[in-house]
Design a protein around this ligand. Structure first.
Ligand code: SAH
Ligand code: AVI
Length: 324
């Protein structure tokens, strides 16, 4: 991996590993499969990150609201488990909104937000640094689905991974296990993981959360094509696709697709890709767990659930994990 570009602004240090964005091959491979697919990381250019923030404020999108409440209501108990003076690393930190809830009780030695959306990450880190002048921030722009993303140049100390939002659920369970293996490198034999996991619930609630009335989730889904147009010199016309999201009860996941409204073809990095009417691109899976199924999954990667916090309606969960 080439040396990252580094920038320093007051209490914020920003490392840019310039991730993935030239990986036309990865994009094209997804379109050559029988079920066309796109890794959900391609939602997140700057505009996609702004749209995600809008999603988090929608009445139907319960995960952010409930997780924030769990963190607020249990901030002291969480600090008692995670410890203070740690180095907190947050993969997929986005706007870094949730960590704010814990900063006063966790009083970390440093905070390492890392995200694929570099401009949005930098803006968020500068804003956070201004609001918490005592906090040492080491923002890292990198792609955690690629090897070598664990930042090396961070302060010494006990480590805590903060992975809220159920972004873990956007990985296939086998990829999620690989991801946990990589976290062990960062944890360096000690420390823990504070992770947010969305839970099973009535299908109507799930379907509503991914089909909001304002159509923001539809815009977020379609924006992936805008991003691909930039990244892979493609010529998708967004008007040819419609958002489709539904709960797949066999797989226990929400699936998001973009469905072609007509027979047509698209050029991607010089290759012609054809779409039939009603053919879809699978753009995201969002797996839902139970506290038990999640505990069983992480145990197979050598982690033990030390404590779990859930809301009164058991809609969302936050867990503290340690290495077994
Ligand atoms: N943690 C925040 C944001 C969750 S949205 C919250 O809980 O609200 C998911 C975030 O993960 C986005 O900011 C997105 O840019 C980032 N992300 C998705 N795939 C990624 C990847 N492969 N590498 C790095 N960041 C990624
Ligand atoms: C980031 N991630 C956990 C969100 C989710 O719910 O799976 C992304 C999202 N997709 C549609 N709405 C929100």
């Amino acid at each position: 991996m080439s040396e990252p570009a580094i920038m320093e602004i007051d209490n914020v240090n920003f490392e840019n590993h310039q991730p993935v964005y030239n990986d036309k091959k990865e994009i094209l491979e997804g379109f050559l499969r029988p079920q066309k697919m796109l890794n959900p990381k391609f939602f997140y250019d700057h505009h996609g990150s702004v749209l995600f923030e809008k999603i988090t404020q929608l009445p139907e999108y319960y995960p952010t609201r409930i997780e924030r409440k769990i963190l607020k209501d249990n901030a002291q108990s969480i600090a008692d488990h995670c410890g203070t003076e740690t180095i907190i690393m947050e993969p997929g930190s986005g706007s870094s909104e949730k960590v704010r809830i814990l900063l006063d009780s966790l009083r970390p030695r440093a905070y390492v937000p890392m995200d694929i959306a570099g401009d949005f990450l930098l803006e968020s880190a500068i804003k956070l640094g201004g609001q918490f002048p005592w906090l040492d921030i080491h923002a890292v722009c990198a792609d955690f689905s690629q090897p070598g993303w664990i930042p090396e140049k961070i302060p010494e100390g006990k480590r805590l991974v903060f992975y809220p939002g159920s972004t873990f659920g956007n990985m296939q369970p086998e990829d999620a296990l690989d991801f946990l293996e990589k976290l062990k490198i960062f944890l360096n034999g000690s420390g823990g993981v504070l992770i947010g996991i969305d839970l099973h619930k009535p299908e109507a609630l799930l379907n509503a959360a991914y089909n909001d009335r304002e159509g923001i989730t539809a815009q977020f889904n379609l924006n992936a094509l805008n991003n691909i147009n930039q990244l892979a010199e493609a010529d998708f016309d967004l008007a040819n696709f419609e958002h489709h999201a539904f709960y797949n009860s066999n797989e226990q996941r929400i699936e998001m697709h973009l469905v072609s409204q007509r027979d047509h073809s698209v050029s991607i990095d010089g290759e012609t890709i054809t779409f039939g009417k009603n053919e879809s691109i699978h753009t995201e899976s969002s797996y839902k767990y139970t506290v038990d199924s999640f505990s069983t999954l992480v145990a197979s990667a050598g982690f033990r659930v030390v404590n779990s916090w859930v809301d009164e309606e058991v809609l969302f969960s936050v867990h503290y994990l340690e290495l077994d």
